[in-house]
Design a protein around this ligand. Structure first.
Ligand code: 2P0
Length: 403
């Protein structure tokens, strides 16, 4: 082969999901290895609605590693990205040295990579884009380098919450106690098929960048909040046990109450941080009131909310209550686009609201408080995309025009 002839790259494309924690991770005991101060538990959201897609290309002709995110070339020398690349290459080398005949050949191991990644939702809108992003990166690199096995500890080194996006359904991140982090791993508690009646709605209040990123926010919390220390040591361990039980039993009221209490305590630790951190806004507060008044009206817990490092609410409910509650949201957050386009994702049946229910809730409507709703459910973990027309990189290893 002539020197200047480009060797066609090997391409692999994967997708990975977003996850929403119902027992929150907030605070690290080791910044570099990303080891948390408490365990956490999340629900993986369905990729039909929210996902990251990543293509990894390898070729002998590439002279350097390169990265494109949402259509823009980015610096590949980001320390966390480098940790993930280094760990995958280490595992691939180990597999090769152990003599696995299916592993990449030694020339494959030294090849440079090109990575191209896109989200189908706004980045940094508080929708855990780093979780889906790093889970997808690590899963795709593992495919490209022929690495199998435990990937959550590698994804964790990209972004803590990313380790939970390596699995579908209900997932716990066990904090571990080793200094090297080898026991700080994600584990599936139940698969996505376990609780088909569970419905999830993301109420998108704002698509703006969050004011304080999670990484620096949780650093300040660890340094200044005694409430966070109390939470990690004395609250979360028993909550994890109760939450796992509630999920296993499909006990919605128990699941819902723990979810709301844990979200509230996370935001309380943000307020206990000095200087304080505010992620909730007036729309978030209205959603909290709405959920509690709705549950009170029926005299049982039918709906729960959870908020991450931003003002968007994630609503959990059961299929039988879903259409009425969405109508309630539309009534109390009237919007210009209240009809077509307001609800994206899984269809929601129409429902009528009684005057009694509206009056029972008794809140002042907040026009345009919510931009749109993403209607979804629990979903599976990362997947390989078999259709080669879906690669984000061309056969020359450059982003396709559509990316
Ligand atoms: C969680 N969050 O458990 C919590 C709840 C936000 C609130 O994990 O520094 O982006 O990359 O490990 O994972 C957000 O933090 O932070 C987060 P790093 P990450 O989902």
């Amino acid at each position: 082969m002539p020197q200047d002839k480009m060797e066609k790259p090997y391409l692999v494309t994967c997708t990975a999901p977003v996850n929403i924690a119902v027992i929150k991770y907030w605070g690290k005991r080791n910044e570099e290895l990303i080891l948390p101060i408490n365990s956490s538990l999340s629900v993986t959201l369905h990729q039909d609605q929210l996902k990251t897609t990543t293509t990894v290309a390898t070729s002998k002709s590439f002279h350097e590693d390169r990265l494109w995110l949402n259509g823009k070339e980015e610096d590949i020398n980001h320390p966390r990205l480098q940790s993930c690349l280094r760990e995958i290459r280490r595992l691939a080398r180990k597999r090769h040295n152990d003599g696995d005949p299916d592993s990449s050949d030694s020339t494959g191991l030294s090849q440079k990579v090109r990575i191209c990644s896109v989200n189908n939702f706004p980045t940094a809108a508080g929708l855990a884009s780093s979780a889906a992003g790093y889970a997808c990166l690590v899963y795709s690199l593992a495919q490209a380098f022929g690495v199998e096995g435990e990937l959550s500890a590698i994804a964790r080194q990209g972004s803590g919450s990313a380790c939970r996006s390596i699995y579908g359904g209900f997932v716990q991140w066990i904090m571990g106690n080793k200094d090297d982090g080898k026991d700080s791993l994600a584990q599936q508690v139940e698969p996505e098929t376990h609780w088909p009646e569970l419905r999830i709605f993301v109420l998108v209040a704002s698509a703006e960048r969050k004011p304080i990123g999670s990484t620096s926010g949780m650093q300040t919390s660890v340094q200044t909040s005694r409430l966070l220390k109390h939470r990690a040591e004395s609250v979360v361990p028993s909550r994890m046990v109760e939450m796992i039980e509630a999920v296993r039993r499909k006990d919605f009221p128990a699941f819902a109450e723990l979810t709301m209490k844990d979200s509230n305590q996370f935001h309380a630790t943000c307020l206990d941080t000095y200087p304080p951190i505010f992620y909730l806004n007036s729309v978030s507060q209205q959603v909290i009131h709405l959920v509690h008044r709705y549950n009170k009206y029926y005299g049982e817990t039918r709906v729960a909310y959870s908020f991450d490092a931003g003002p968007n609410a994630v609503i959990f409910t059961l299929q039988e209550y879903a259409s009425e509650f969405v109508r309630v949201v539309q009534h109390f957050f009237p919007s210009d686009t209240n009809g077509e386009g307001f609800i994206k994702g899984l269809p929601v049946k129409s429902a009528t609201l009684s005057e009694e229910l509206k009056q029972g809730i008794g809140l002042e409507p907040m026009p345009k408080g919510i931009n749109y709703i993403i209607s979804t459910k629990a979903g599976p973990g990362p997947r390989v995309v078999e259709d080669s027309s879906q690669h984000l990189l061309s056969s020359e290893g450059l982003p396709k025009k559509t990316v």
